[in-house]
Design a protein around this ligand. Structure first.
Ligand code: HAM
Length: 427
């Protein structure tokens, strides 16, 4: 038997109803905040990610699905291509390629779709997973550097999660400063780690050499007292970065979006500057980050583009769904009516009625004239219909239909002209 590849999965109904509800809500809210959709390819030039996300990151060193795409004609060169592990690099590439900076305004862009990372699969961690990604990017003259953008993005996320009905989220907030701040901070971490690193786990010993920031991400209990005593990034922010972060926090306070400062939060991508954040949730296992994001003021330039500061985030949709389900949120069953033809020759009548109802916006499923009444009722129950409408010979002739509400077993007779109103009642 052929099975789905390890780390990939099929999304089935009724789960997909919840996925669709989330995506409808996301699109509606993004529109309210003036974001517009961008669709970029699922595979890109490998260099985009090695340069954009960072040569030293876990994503680039071990998680990318990369292959050599041989040209079809002798004249076509072969090229290293990679399934996108994230969306930001591709969006910034498209921004540069199409000269979107020349529009002179802020670009508020979003995309939904699958991402690919060769990680060790577990609950909430897959090799094909789905992100809901949004970015604000533009020339500094359009206000792209303003802390107001950071606050707007975070407020939008809080609204989005609230409106989806998710309760148990925490916003973890940090500032990683600018590139110069991080050089000084990394230096300080190296110094502080020197006398103690031999007491730490093997991973930390390696990270202390290659990328000391990642030591902060260590989960080994024995290492925690050492990590707690390491220097803090906030002590190494220069004055403009300190001020920028203070304004972001003041604006969140002003609009009442709660957050926790977490100076140990290390994001797994190298492009971040200044504000970084994650929204975590307690009920989704070890992978507690439902979404992550931050500022990337130098990303465009590192991809040979114009100076275009930006900020954005990606929601892990798989994890968002897990969190919603853990809180008991489900998609409402939406089927209004099950049309049950009763007796030979009634299929055409039932189809005609279903056509009228569906065209008027009523959701309807259709049975078959070979079903006995009992079977039609069972099918209507299974379909999750609110009402069953019987279409027998008498009904077709008289134009009055027996309509039964399945939850209450209340049955009434409804004239054809009143059916749409009756079946779309939402009480
Ligand atoms: P990230 O933190 O790598 O950031 O991923 C964002 C979210 O995607 C995570 O918080 C998680 O919910 C989800 N995610 C990541 N890997 C997996 C996986 N293997 N299985 C399931 N879910 C996963 C980014 O990707 C940045 N591009 C976000 C961003 C946008 N920053 C600025 N703009």
């Amino acid at each position: 038997m052929i099975r789905a590849i390890r780390g990939t999965r099929d999304l089935l109904p009724p789960d997909t109803d919840l996925w669709n509800r989330v995506e409808d809500k996301v699109r509606a809210i993004f529109a309210r905040y003036n974001f517009h959709e961008i669709r970029t390819p699922i595979f890109e030039d490998t260099q985009l990610f090695s340069r954009g996300v960072g040569e030293e990151t876990d994503i680039v060193t071990k998680e990318m699905f990369t292959w050599e795409d041989k040209g079809r004609a002798a004249s076509e060169k072969s090229q290293s291509v990679t399934l996108r592990p994230e969306a930001t690099a591709g969006i910034v590439r498209a921004y540069i390629e199409h000269g979107l900076d020349k529009r002179g305004t802020l670009q508020k862009l979003y995309c939904l779709g699958p991402m690919f990372r060769r990680e060790r699969p577990q609950k909430g961690r897959y090799r094909q997973f789905y992100q809901i990604d949004a970015e604000i990017i533009g020339p500094p003259s359009a206000g792209s550097e303003s802390p107001a953008r950071d606050a707007e993005v975070l407020e939008m996320l809080a609204t989005l999660l609230d409106e989806l009905g998710l309760r148990g989220w925490t916003l973890q907030l940090n500032s990683v400063g600018c590139a110069a701040d991080r050089v000084r901070y990394n230096q300080a971490l190296r110094e502080a780690l020197k006398p103690v690193v031999h007491l730490m786990c093997a991973d930390c010993q390696r990270r202390a050499e290659t990328n000391p920031l990642r030591v902060l991400d260590c989960k080994v209990p024995e290492d925690q007292p050492i990590i707690e005593k390491l220097p803090r990034i906030s002590q190494y922010l220069d004055e403009p970065c300190r001020e920028h972060f203070a304004v972001v926090r003041a604006m969140l306070d002003a609009v009442g979006v709660p957050y926790t400062l977490n100076e140990r939060m290390v994001r797994g991508l190298d492009y971040y500057t200044r504000t970084t954040f994650e929204f975590t949730h307690g009920d989704i296992g070890a992978q507690s980050a439902v979404l992550g994001g931050g500022r990337y003021d130098g990303l465009s330039e590192s991809l040979d583009g114009p100076k275009s500061p930006g900020i954005g985030f990606a929601i892990g949709e798989d994890r968002l769904i897990l969190a919603l389900q853990a809180e008991g949120v489900t998609a409402d069953a939406k089927l209004d009516a099950y049309i049950a033809p009763l007796g030979a020759g009634m299929n055409a009548h039932a189809l005609k009625l279903a056509r009228e109802l569906r065209r008027a916006g009523v959701s309807a499923d259709l049975g078959d004239e070979t079903f006995r009444l009992k079977k039609s009722f069972e099918a209507a129950e299974k379909a999750g219909a609110r009402y069953i409408v019987i279409v027998g010979e008498n009904e077709a002739e008289s134009g009055e239909f027996g309509v039964k509400e399945l939850a209450t077993s209340k049955q009434v007779t409804v004239p054809r002209a009143e059916l749409v109103a009756h079946l779309s009642r939402t009480n």
